[in-house]
Design a protein. Structure first.
Length: 201
């Protein structure tokens, strides 16, 4: 991840165990690279832009990361992590970056509480909004309407980070046993002839 300032925040009381320990090394690398995938997605959507615009986007990215007020120990660990991005992250296409964000979101659902996951989701969404806004300022600082491609990329990022309640496996319903009292009794056999004796079954 790019260089970040130490974050001063009011972290809610949580378990002292490092949240990082819940993830494998590869999973944690993916989590830490989340902000970079957001930047990569928007950069890919921009296409070929001027150097001044790229500088504005990078500056907005670094500021959003460094100034975010975290609400969970998990995001604090991510922000303060100094691990470098995995090779190729910054050159990811929009489709590749969004696919990685979807994998990250699945890890959040699987291994964190919804509150912790939502804080990280808000963190990435705020980065995306900041970068998109910087890109919309134009090379000379003049306000330019967000392009359709950038707007779509921002929407794709938010959709990839959408919280979904885990689907629990449904157990087959057990049928209630039929009560002996509810079983229908066989009808008596009619007499073969009128006046005949009815035989009980």
């Amino acid at each position: 991840m790019v260089k970040k300032n130490e974050v001063s925040c009011n972290v809610r009381k949580e378990n002292d165990m490092a949240k990082k320990d819940k993830f494998s090394q590869a999973e944690w690398q993916l989590i830490v690279d989340g902000p970079d995938y957001v930047l990569a997605a928007l950069s890919a959507a921009d296409g070929d832009v001027s150097i001044p615009v790229k500088i504005k986007e990078s500056a907005a990215f670094a500021k959003a990361v460094g100034s975010y007020t975290v609400k969970s120990l998990f995001v604090k660990e991510v922000v303060n992590d100094k691990t470098k991005p995995a090779p190729g992250v910054q050159k990811s296409s929009l489709v590749q970056a969004v696919a990685k964000l979807e994998k990250i979101n699945a890890l959040l659902v699987e291994k964190l509480t919804q509150r912790e996951g939502d804080d990280y989701r808000d963190f990435l969404k705020e980065i995306g909004s900041a970068v998109a806004k910087a890109a919309g300022e134009g090379a000379l600082g003049d306000k330019v309407k967000l392009s359709a491609k950038e707007a779509t990329a921002l929407k794709d990022i938010r959709e990839a980070l959408k919280y979904e309640t885990p689907v629990e496996e449904k157990k087959p319903e057990k049928k209630a046993p039929v009560s002996q009292h509810t079983r229908t009794k066989p009808e008596p056999v009619a007499a073969a002839k009128a006046g005949g004796v009815v035989r009980k079954p």
